[in-house]
Design a protein around this ligand. Sequence first.
Ligand code: ATP
Length: 431
Amino acid sequence: MADDHPGDAMYNNILHVGFDDTDSSSGMCTTYVCAVVLERLKACGMTIRGEARLIRLNPFAPYKTRGNGAVSFSVVLDGAGVVERVKKIVLATVEEYSQMDDPSTNPGVVFYHGPITEDLQEYSLRTVQSMVTLEEAEKLAQKIEAEVFKYKNGRGVIGALAAIGCPLIDKTYELIAYREVHNYGKVRRVNEDSVRLMDRATYPSTFDNLYEDHITITPHTPCPVLYGIRGESKEAVYRAHNLVKSEEPIERFMVFLSNQHTDMHLQNTDGIAGMEQYQCYRVAGEVNSTPYVIEGGHVIFNLKDKSGEIECAAYEPTKGFRDTVRGLAPGDDLIVYGGIGDKGTLNVEKIQILHLEPQYRYLNPRCKCGKRMKSAGKDKGYKCPRCSDRITDVPKEKMEVQRNLEKGYYEVPPSARRHLSKPLIRIQRHK
Ligand code: ATP
């Protein structure tokens, strides 16, 4: 049992609530709906156990709007009629804020009064790492006697149930500050120097605040989020928030407990041949082609193991990480972290170089006079351009090429990092 979930002994007085798929690419955010719900529940005297949870699901799920996030929280049942009152407030708020007119918005809400079973945890993990169906989610909900509410096709039930059941062994926190409605869609006004100062004062307890001096805590979508600060503890994200100076009013803010930046989306695999589209992996293999650049600036190489081969890509938004990938060479051994998207290509998030295969250049031999010789024509040996001496049957000189890489980990910049991807600074801290 993960330590953020009430133990079995406590479940009798806890109601778990999860919901998902309330937003669309043109607006709203499921975390904002959660913040409003919690405000309303607290205003009615309800007690929330611990933090609300922002659970990121499979980043390659095709129906996602942006970051494939779902939310859940637990209400303490400390009086008569609490369950009915919670349901009424949650459903009314989800109905009020969901972008129902958007065909891709299909909200789902789940209420669950019971222990977080192994089945439920296993289902959640699959929803983070691979694809599940609505039928599967509904069947499990029925089995554990969770109550499900579907709007339109109700696909959000998948994420809602996963958010309730997701075990959090490794975890992070995100403090999200929200904008006033009249500012939605406008340029975000956050004092950049204050973010740099905040980063200096709180990194690495908070992380991914900056990339090469540009601030990365503000999104670029028309959603209600002004900024999000990610960190290792509640205290760290609060401290950072107090250091950031917003130049527009903050309507509200809230801290979520999360599986962000834990690598929870990555599954180990026995072989490349068994890897499937829309799933995320940690895979070992050998570079099997010289990396090359395609239109758009994306860098491509092939990775092979005994079972098969897969095309890997470091896409243009991964910026300087592409230089690392371009420096790879056939024979290098790697562990690649990433997921398989629409085109069957493995999107690389991180690599660990285990072995750098020596690379060689072959040069024409030198003449007695010291000058490097030129080819005298096919099968005609070499000729010195200075003294015109000729030689045949002399092998080329083998020279090892200096590699500009070292063994170790390399990652994409914060601006291109997936929500679930674990930054190296967290990996190092955990060591
Ligand atoms: P935001 O991050 O802004 O909240 P989003 O990216 O989370 O938006 P949603 O609008 O929630 O996107 O849409 C994702 C949909 O895909 C939801 O209906 C969710 O239930 C479903 N879904 C999530 N993960 C999976 C999965 N692994 N398999 C199948 N469906 C999934």
